[in-house]
Design a protein around this ligand. Structure first.
Ligand code: PMP
Length: 326
């Protein structure tokens, strides 16, 4: 018999799937690393498990402990699954701009959820960063995960996602394109791929309202770049330690409207029912068109599943309300 001993053993080894319609105008092969096949329906299962296992190994996370994280949903899902299997209490602290589905899903897998205001500065005591830190000081035997600065986040992608992409493309990958939030995915995969072949180009997808692109180009943390935006999962108003700017060749920014419209197009034109950052990633990849030539193999990573966005990007009333469709 061949079976997994628990759901955590099914994390990783996701398929690589060719894009056919949306990328028809490009000269190269475009392959998507399709992360919704993970048990929590996102790439974040990989780093959630790595962060927990490293915390167990170092003794910061003890039996019967409480795991606390500020999360937009996917990391919380991965942590919650691992917490159930391993017997920990899980608390997710989330900002109020995240979709209601994400909150309900976290509760479904046994997590407690605290919802905090989005439009406050990160160091404001009401922000989800501050609330998560405060709870970790108040609750005994608790551990604040901090995916932004926790090196196990990048390590997970260096040890699993990167090697999988290298093997699945027989070492032929020439470009890696991916949305950037905490930076774990781009830094882990990008570092691994560049170690195998330093000519591989790594592109980050950013949003309008986030600091990454300007910081990468100028070294300036410009607060004027920070304003509220709709796109979920990518962009930041802080510089997480997990973003390794040295291995990133460039960023391109995608508008909220384009990210939402291309999230719908992936579903309707490729049969790929994916989250909002996948729409941003594929539109960003199309914006980079002049960087690709005939023999290139471009890998784009799709982070999460469309089911978490049925009330938003997959709801035409919501799309019309935002002015994204007629
Ligand atoms: N897309 C989605 C849907 C996410 O949840 C995240 C994580 N915030 C990202 C993209 C960005 O990935 P990373 O944090 O590894 O940069």
């Amino acid at each position: 018999m061949k079976y997994a001993n628990n759901i955590l053993e099914t994390i990783g080894n996701t398929p690589l799937v060719k894009l056919n319609t949306l990328t028809a105008e490009l000269p190269c092969l475009v392959l998507s690393k399709y992360e919704t096949f993970n048990p929590g329906n996102s790439v974040k299962d990989r780093m959630a498990l790595q962060m927990i296992e490293d915390a167990e190994a170092s003794g910061i996370l003890k039996p019967g402990g409480t795991i606390i994280e500020g999360t937009s949903g996917n990391t919380g899902m991965g942590l919650a699954l691992a917490a159930v299997v391993k017997g920990y209490r899980m608390i997710c602290v989330i900002s109020d701009k995240q979709s209601k589905e994400k909150v309900d899903i976290l509760k479904a897998v046994g997590s407690e959820v605290h919802v905090c205001p989005t439009d406050v500065a990160p160091n404001d005591p009401r922000s989800y960063y501050s609330t998560a830190r405060r709870l970790a000081t108040e609750i005994p035997n608790s551990w604040y995960v901090n995916q932004y600065d926790n090196p196990s986040n990048t390590k997970a992608h260096y040890l699993s996602t990167g090697p999988e992409i290298w093997k699945q493309t027989d070492g032929k990958v020439t470009h890696f394109v991916v949305g950037v939030g905490t930076g774990g995915t781009i830094s882990g995969v990008g570092t691994y791929l560049k170690e195998q072949n330093p000519n591989i180009k790594v592109w980050g997808i950013d949003t309008y309202g986030s600091v990454f692109k300007k910081y990468h180009e100028t070294g300036i943390f410009d607060e004027n770049e920070i304003y509220p935006y709709v796109t979920e999962g990518i962009g930041e108003d802080i510089l997480p330690k997990n973003v390794n700017f040295d291995i990133i060749d460039g960023f391109t920014k995608v508008t909220d409207k384009d990210a939402a419209v291309y999230t719908q197009r992936l579903a309707k034109e490729e049969g790929m029912f994916l989250g909002n950052s996948a729409g941003a990633a594929i539109k960003g990849l199309l914006q980079l068109k002049e960087h690709f030539t005939k023999d290139d193999v471009v890998v784009v990573l799709f982070h999460d599943h469309g089911s978490r966005y049925v009330g938003k990007m997959f709801n035409d009333d919501w799309m019309r309300g935002k002015g994204y469709i007629d």
